[in-house]
Design a protein around this ligand. Structure first.
Ligand code: SAM
Length: 346
């Protein structure tokens, strides 16, 4: 399902890394499951949670066999937006995400003159929903989720300093401390973020288009995947215990003393075996001249059309503002919206 911050485009790169080494029967857990664009490509025992109430209502309804209609209208969208309490929660969830422009929660209708956004959302729902059979869904904040022992946990939280998801509180520092606790409890943890504390190691990165910045220009960002290994305890035996087992027992506080106290100096020190990596700060870029930005975006759209005139014109036309035919007259915002919707790289 279309979703803010969806990982659909990069799932093929990061899932093999996350799932590599997954044990038989090991639970795969997503505490920020969002549009299910990762979990729908995983098999076995799966748990998905999210703090968004209507979203989880939608996923639960899907579990019970609900499928959307392919003839919803903008008028229905606006009624639901004005008065969500008056409608079934899963329907509100579906309209709120799948039929909203840019998948922004109950923002504006996914405008499309041919009304094909409804058809497109419907077709992708039909394809995706059947892949969610058997997922356990929970509606809770990440740190209230009960996670089975030694699980594989993939976190895709709201990125620090980006769009805030409606009605949800998210504290990034608290999140990283919680991740450390999970690692210490024996879970395997992976996190998608732009930056992470230095004890988390970046295992994959790639530049992507990440929506708009505050001045409404395209923002490039580097998607990253982080993980943290469990620290090993190194036991250094300096003197003479009878055996290593005896030393370990002693360290663990057992009453048993070594046979003869010929010893004893034993020291336990935690050893980090991942080199901490310092996250590099991106260099601040100079603001580009708006006229140049407009030209660049228009050129990208024109190139896109020229690559396959009939087919691509068919895609661009419904996204043009009403009554406007000339691509060159598009404003920066309008051109950006079209590029983003069609995945045109600029
Ligand atoms: C980046 S999105 C996840 C997108 C998902 N991976 C996908 O590909 O569709 C982040 C999700 O975190 C949820 N969220 C925000 N704060 C949360 C919290 N404190 N606890 C749990 N979920 C939270 C949001 O509702 C949103 O669905």
């Amino acid at each position: 399902m279309k979703y803010m911050g969806s990982k659909r485009r990069i799932a093929k790169h990061i899932l093999p890394i996350i799932l590599d080494g997954r044990k038989r029967g090991q639970a795969y857990v997503e505490p920020f499951v969002g549009g299910c664009n990762m979990i729908d490509k995983v098999d076995g025992w799966r748990i998905g949670a999210d703090s968004h109430y209507y979203l989880i209502k939608l996923w639960r309804a899907v579990q019970n066999g609900w499928i959307p209609k392919d003839n919803y209208t903008e008028a229905q969208y606006n009624m639901i937006k004005r008065n969500p309490q008056a409608y079934p929660e899963h329907i509100v969830g579906y309209f709120g995400f799948a039929l909203s422009f840019g998948a922004r929660w109950l923002g504006t209708w996914r405008k499309d003159k041919n009304n094909d956004c409804v058809g497109e959302a419907y077709r992708s729902a039909i394809k995706q929903f059947k892949k969610l059979k058997g997922v356990e869904f929970y509606n809770c904040p990440f740190d209230a989720l009960i996670i089975p022992n030694k699980a594989l946990v993939y976190c895709d939280p709201p990125y620090r300093g980006t769009y805030k998801y409606n009605g949800t509180k998210y504290d990034s520092n608290r999140f990283w401390s919680w991740c450390r606790r999970l690692v210490n409890q024996g879970h395997t943890v992976f996190v998608s973020e732009y930056e992470a504390p230095s004890d988390f190691k970046c295992v994959w990165s790639q530049e992507i288009n990440a929506g708009f910045n505050q001045k409404k220009y395209f923002k490039k960002a580097v998607e990253k995947l982080f993980t943290k290994r469990r620290p090993k305890i190194m036991i250094e035996i300096r003197a003479t215990f009878e055996s290593k087992e005896e030393a370990i027992q002693w360290l663990q506080g057992s009453d048993a003393q070594p046979a003869e106290p010929k010893h004893t100096k034993a020291k336990a020190e935690p050893v980090e075996y991942d080199e901490p990596v310092e996250a590099k700060k991106p260099k601040a870029k100079k603001q580009e001249d708006p006229a140049k930005v407009q030209k660049r975006l228009v050129k990208a759209i024109v190139d896109f059309i020229l690559a396959d005139k009939v087919e691509n014109m068919r895609k661009v036309r419904p996204l043009m503002p009403e009554g406007q035919k000339d691509v060159k007259a598009l404003s920066v915002e309008q051109a950006q919206a079209i590029c983003l919707e069609l995945g045109i790289d600029v």
